[in-house]
Structures are given as structure tokens and as C-alpha cells.
Design a binder for this molecule. Sequence first.
Ligand SMILES: [Zn+2]
Length: 240
Amino acid sequence: MKPPFLLYHKIDLPTEDVKIRGAFTAPQKFEKQLSYLTKRGFTFYTASELIKYYNSHGAFPEKSAAITFDDGWKDNYANAFPILQKYNAKATIFLVPSCIGQTTAKVTADGEGTREHLSESDILEMSKGGIEFGSHSVNHKLFHQISEREIEFEVTESKKTIENLTQKECSVFAYPAGFFTDFAKDKIKNAGFIAAFTTVYGSEEKLDPFEINRIEILRRDGYPFHFGRKIKRNLLDYNI
Ligand SMILES: [Zn+2]
């Protein structure tokens, strides 16, 4: 069983130039997935709410899930936010502060064009509407490829920038592309974060709050059968 954190990137249809289409979930499919989980009695929490609950109870609440999004794309506001509100679902978005308000290729895959990120006003509106903002580092550099000094900067500066913007605590971190080092884990802990998320690289055996795996929902999971199977396989203990 994996901890109940779902990972999405873009809630949109892929454009022509896109080579890696897996990180796109069609808005219509995203809504079906929320509906699927809602009908089965799931409650959606922010990532930090679930971590705090786990820290005081030693387990996650029954039938709980946290929806998370990496990279802070504009489509999270334009397409995902209205659906999240319709289902009264909280969620967590991991921002790359150097990309806020930018249309850039900084976080897109090699050979892809630019793409629009969330603006400051999008973030503030969502922050009032139940969305938590975590850090995905300042520049989205891969932590196993940069110096310790750079890692420290990426961790502490991103926290500061996001807190200055939202005026709320930024307490959760997501490693760029999921890569982490022991040094990065320590820095994140010391900076005051309560958890850090990977994609598939974390330990399956026991929950280490600074290398938590997430269940990545890909484009092919748009088919209800795929999504249902993935949810059942990973959240089986909850007796869906
Ligand atoms: Zn990312």
C-alpha cells in the first residue's frame, strides 16, 4: 500500500508539440476521477493536513486522499480549480517560484515549447479557496545534479518566497522530478518543512516523511478501468 497522495501535473489536453503526453490529464477525465473517489466516500485533504494527522495518530484517516499537482501550471487554475471547488476538494500545488507569472520552457520536457504558469493573483485566489501551496524548489534543478550550496538556496529561498506571497506557512516540499539526496532531506527538515514528496523513488517499507511516494495519475489512467484498478491496488487497505 502507498500513502494516499495522488500526483498530477497538467489538467489539460496536450498541444501538438508535446512529446511526453503522460503528464496531461484531460479536465473531463479529472472530473470523473474526483467523482469516482467521492462516490466511494473519500475525503480530500491538503498534503500537510494528512501529514499532521499521521504524525499524531500513526496512520492516515480512513478513506482519505490528498490530490497534489507539481510545477504550478496555469491549467491548474483554469481547469482543475473549478472542478475541485465543485467537489469541495482541497488540494496541494507545488510551485516553482521562479516561474510564477511566466510563460516559459523551464519545466517543460526537452524539445517542447513554452507553457504558462500560475500568476500571483491565481495563487492568492486559490489559496483563499482551500488550495495549499508547497515548494517545488526555486528553479526546478535536479537535486542529485547540483551542489549542496545550491540545494540549500533552492530549499530556503522557495519557502520564503511562497510564504511572502500567500502569507501562509509553506510546510510541504516536492523534489523536482522526484530526485533527492540525504543532504537535501536534512536541509528540508531543518528549514521547517514537515514533509517532502518524491514520485516513485521513496521507500515502500515504512513511511519516511521526507521521502513520501505518491501515486502518479497518468493520461492512460483517464480510462475509468485503469484509474479504478490503480486506486484499488494502492489504497486497498481502505476497503473501497
Ligand atoms: Zn516538476
